[in-house]
Design a protein around this ligand. Structure first.
Ligand code: NAD
Ligand code: MG
Length: 380
């Protein structure tokens, strides 16, 4: 039996991870953490019998403890609880399916406790990649990518020497507003931005996909995971979401991973790596598909992607400011407090205002996050 803990079990990645667990029957879930959806968490506890759970919200945690008083499960809350779940002694792999920079501390704690990380929480790598990657080497733990593009790159690199990577070709669907002008984007409403053409995901990442900030975060995620420079990661728009990403090697060979858009594949691949297992689901039918098309991303309209290259190339605390400003702005947009294009204005404004600190430690990263929030709050 493989033993895992899941941070963010009630979300899109978390619930699909549990579907993979259910299908395989040889994984034991030892700990779960979620934000506030205690109804679903209770169902998960009754089905998977973890020894430990955490609910971020303290009041909800108390409610849950009462609801599951008949079971042998410990209920915790807050950051202390998250760290406890991340370091639950039995778990070998921690799935980081929590959304946002809140994932940094639990991910580091899990690694320090010797756990392998099945990493979905890209915000952690974007802001603290310079801490996470060396720590993984020091603690000899694996960072197994769950993000579909990074899993595709990881699969394309099987048996290859990472030093021979010439370029990473990171594919993007282009989102629901591909081909639009900036003027047309001005009127975008929350409901429009939540309609992704190919993938069904959590709300924050769906908005990020529509602005292409998600792709920007993924470029930075790829640079850390595969040890390349920012300018070695090239975004290729491929609207059908069939090619999940590619690697071009020094000799010009390009290796790609293709498939239908289904996050269960990268999740299962991360949990069982290097073993490949059966997975039910749709298969690619090339006769039906007929064509796969490519375009360059429009970085003038989707300038959030351009800003990501600037943030990643400059480095230090700037990727944190990029990410924090985006998290803050997306939250405001989802609450209908700001217009769509304000999201990118806020990122740009916070980046211009910020004084970059080199090689920040976790405290400095969290301080830069707070500074970005405070600046946006005072400025808008
Ligand atoms: P989601 O919003 O559907 O789920 C987030 C989960 O985190 C929920 O279970 C929520 O309860 C939990 N959570 C949030 N704040 C918390 C807190 N403070 N304490 C404890 N739990 C908390 O998000 P998602 O789409 O599953 O995405 C999760 C992460 O995976 C993100 O970083 C996202 O970028 C990444 N990712 C998602 C997909 C996808 O297909 N959904 C693909 C690639 C990468
Ligand atoms: Mg992705």
């Amino acid at each position: 039996m493989k033993k895992i803990a899941i941070l963010g079990s009630t979300g899109s990645i978390g619930t699909q991870t549990l579907e993979v667990v259910e299908y395989n029957q040889d994984i034991q879930v030892t700990a779960l953490a979620a934000g506030s959806n205690i109804k679903l968490l209770e169902e998960q506890i009754r089905r998977f019998h973890p020894a430990l759970v955490c609910v971020w919200d303290e009041k909800k945690a108390r409610e849950l403890a009462t609801a599951v008083a008949d079971l042998d499960v410990k209920v915790t809350s807050g950051m202390e609880g998250l760290l406890e779940v991340a370091t639950e002694p039995q778990a070998e792999i921690v799935v980081t399916a929590i959304v946002g920079m809140i994932g940094i501390r639990p991910t580091i704690a899990a690694m320090e406790a010797g756990k392998d990380i099945a990493l979905a929480n890209k915000e952690t790598l974007v802001t603290a990649g310079h801490i996470i990657m060396p720590l993984a080497r020091e603690k000899q733990v694996r960072i197994l990518p769950v993000d579909s593009e990074h899993s595709a790159i990881f699969q394309s690199l099987n048996g290859e020497d990472y030093k021979k990577i010439h370029k990473i070709l990171l594919t993007a669907s282009g989102g629901p507003f591909r081909g639009w002008t900036r003027e047309r984007l001005e009127g975008v409403q929350v409901e429009d931005a939540l309609k992704h053409p190919n993938w069904s995901m959590g709300r924050k990442i769906t908005i990020d996909s529509s602005t292409m900030v998600n792709k920007g975060l993924e470029v930075m995620e790829a640079r850390w995971l595969f040890g390349v420079e920012m300018d070695q990661v090239q975004v290729v728009v491929q609207p059908q979401s069939v090619i999940h990403s590619m690697v071009e090697f020094e000799d010009g060979a390009v290796i790609a991973q293709l498939g239908t858009p289904d996050m269960k594949l990268p999740i299962q691949y991360a949990l069982y790596y290097p073993e490949r297992r059966d997975l039910p689901g749709d298969r690619l039918d090339f006769a039906k598909l007929k064509q796969i098309t490519f375009e360059a991303p429009d970085m003038d309209v989707f300038w959030g992607l351009k800003l990501a290259y600037e943030a990643g190339t400059r480095g230090g605390t700037l990727p944190t400011v990029y990410n924090a400003a985006n998290e803050y702005a997306v939250d405001k947009f989802l609450k209908k407090e700001i217009s769509y294009l304000k999201i990118i204005d806020m990122i740009e404004g916070a980046m211009i205002h910020h004084e970059v600190k080199e090689n920040p430690n976790v405290e400095q990263i969290l301080a830069a996050e707070q500074e970005a929030y405070d600046y946006i709050e005072s400025r808008w």
